[in-house]
Design a binder for this molecule. Structure first.
Ligand code: AMP
Length: 496
């Protein structure tokens, strides 16, 4: 399959395979009704390409990111193919697991499960989601009743396999979503264990935003003459995203973010931080300035992460401070602005981050703050996106006294000691992107002025989830709530 054009400057995708409609794919009326319920009229480019191929039973290697509509691209044909086995019987034996969808993160698993539940709601097919960090019992109860489609994170699925609460002996369709992130997060051994438990005869679909040699190796190991489907990168650097960088002193970064947010009265902004502790502290600092901010990262409990995300989607939180790992895969992609509090260590993450902005047909802003020591990261990014990002000046910016107080003297040996809420907390550059959220205090505790909020001096304490998931969160039987549309698709929009 050939590559489809990037969106035009207007943001509206040229109607790729002209005027294709969902009804052209031979999908069941029950699925079409669910699509009408969702308000979907036209398939997105990835859907237009993937649906017929998956319906033919072919393996697929898909290059697509969240925000392209890839979830429906694989789940609609899965539901269609499984309808041949659908049973209205209550007996668990009549509802064996026939499709397994693996995702790297809990948030993505929940999102995919919500989509699958919505698309299959008029069919007798059952689906559920299992992920870690919550009580296994409610998940077990649902699994015992029988489900045809499981959406899972690898670790928790293996827990269920060990407890014999799930059997994969009848899986005929296997999806690996965000495979690159799975490898980044160190899931390869888990994936191999799971794949070994699947029947040899099955259909495999793999989706990944990037195709490194490791991903290709993984694909070769389990895909069978796959059809390659690509949609152009959501991003990036798409002409509709205006990019600017502001250089400030490291210790002024937090104030600079606050200044930008306040002076432009921004709402619905994601601010990216490279570290968990940086995200927590920035969110706290912004809250202290009277802004509605919340942090989302890997050390927050599942409930906290979901609550923050929902509050952000409802508009109760204006600023979501996120790490890449926490934000990856979230269905938040048509924001008016993203801010990089830290430039990412990995230039590709910059492209992912700014791909969150730019509404269909409208422009988005990607604003980055950086300091002297980030020059090399900026150069890496510019090399990757093959353009020079505009250097801006922060009009009217005067750093707070606190930031200046927190500034520490330069040592004789040239090793600048910790600088407030910035450098001292970042820790060493990690080896793998999956470890990017680590935090550390390589320089030891830093001397602070009395004016610093004691909260910032507390040692970092990750919270751990103990509460069980609500049954609603894990079952497809939950009533589907109306979804606030904040995701812009890469295409799939009808031509006006
Ligand atoms: P995904 O890339 O699968 O995470 O999808 C991104 C968003 O697009 C989700 O909010 C979907 O509900 C939505 N979506 C998927 N397919 C379509 C479509 N054909 N038309 C409109 N919205 C869609």
């Amino acid at each position: 399959m050939s590559e489809i054009e990037t969106p035009s400057a207007s943001g509206v995708q040229p109607a790729a395979p002209a005027q294709v409609r969902f009804s052209d794919f031979g999908l069941s009326p029950d699925i079409l009704r669910a699509l009408t319920d969702q308000g979907y009229e036209y398939p997105t480019p990835i859907q237009a390409q993937a649906i017929p191929v998956v319906l033919q039973g072919r393996d697929v290697m898909g290059a697509a990111q969240t925000g392209t509509g890839k979830t429906a691209g694989f789940s609609l044909p899965i539901i269609q193919l499984l309808l041949a086995h659908a049973s209205p019987s209550m007996s668990p034996a009549r509802h064996p697991v026939r499709a397994l969808i693996l995702t790297p993160t809990r948030e993505l698993a929940v999102q995919v499960a919500e989509n699958v539940a919505a698309y299959s709601r008029h069919t007798p097919l059952r689906s559920t989601v299992v992920y870690g960090g919550v009580d296994m019992k409610p998940q077990t109860a649902i699994l015992r009743n029988g489900v045809e489609i499981i959406i899972a994170t690898p670790g928790r699925l293996l827990d269920h396999i060990e407890q014999k609460t799930v059997s994969l002996g009848q899986v005929q369709m296997f999806v690996m979503d965000e495979a690159d992130r799975m490898l980044d997060m160190g899931f390869l051994p888990d994936l191999q264990r799971i794949i070994n438990l699947l029947p040899k005869q099955r259909q495999n679909l793999m989706f990944s935003a990037t195709f490194s040699p490791e991903i290709k190796k993984l694909a070769n190991s389990f895909l069978n003459s796959p059809v390659t489907i690509e949609v152009a990168r959501s991003n990036a650097t798409a002409d509709k995203v205006t990019q600017v960088v502001y250089k400030v002193l490291e210790e002024h970064k937090r104030d600079a973010v606050a200044h930008i947010l306040r002076s432009r009265e921004m709402k619905q902004v994601i601010v990216f931080s490279n570290t968990k502790i940086g995200a927590s502290r920035l969110a706290r600092g912004l809250e202290q300035e009277g802004m509605k901010a919340s942090a989302i990262h890997g050390d927050k409990t599942q409930q906290e992460r979901m609550a923050a995300l929902e509050a952000f989607k409802r508009g109760e939180i204006d600023v979501l401070v996120a790490t890449d790992v926490a934000a990856r895969g979230l269905d938040i992609s048509d924001l008016p602005c993203v801010i990089n509090y830290d430039l990412p260590y990995n230039a590709e993450d910059y492209v992912h981050r700014i791909g969150r902005t730019g509404r269909a047909g409208a422009s988005g802003d990607a604003i980055s703050i950086y300091s002297d020591k980030d020059e090399r990261l900026l150069a890496d990014i510019e090399k990757l996106i093959k353009q020079t990002i505009k250097r801006g000046e922060l009009q009217g910016f005067s750093p707070s006294a606190r930031a200046n107080d927190e500034r520490r003297p330069v040592r004789r040996d040239g090793d600048r000691a910790g600088a407030g809420a910035g450098a001292g907390e970042r820790g060493p550059r990690p080896e793998r992107s999956g470890e990017r959220e680590r935090y550390g205090r390589p320089n030891g505790p830093s001397p602070r002025s009395n004016k610093v909020d004691p909260w910032f001096l507390k040692p970092y304490e990750p919270t751990r989830s103990t509460r069980p998931a609500t049954p609603e969160a894990t079952t497809s039987q939950a009533p589907s709530k109306p979804k606030q549309k904040i995701a812009a698709l890469l295409g799939g929009l009808p031509k006006n």
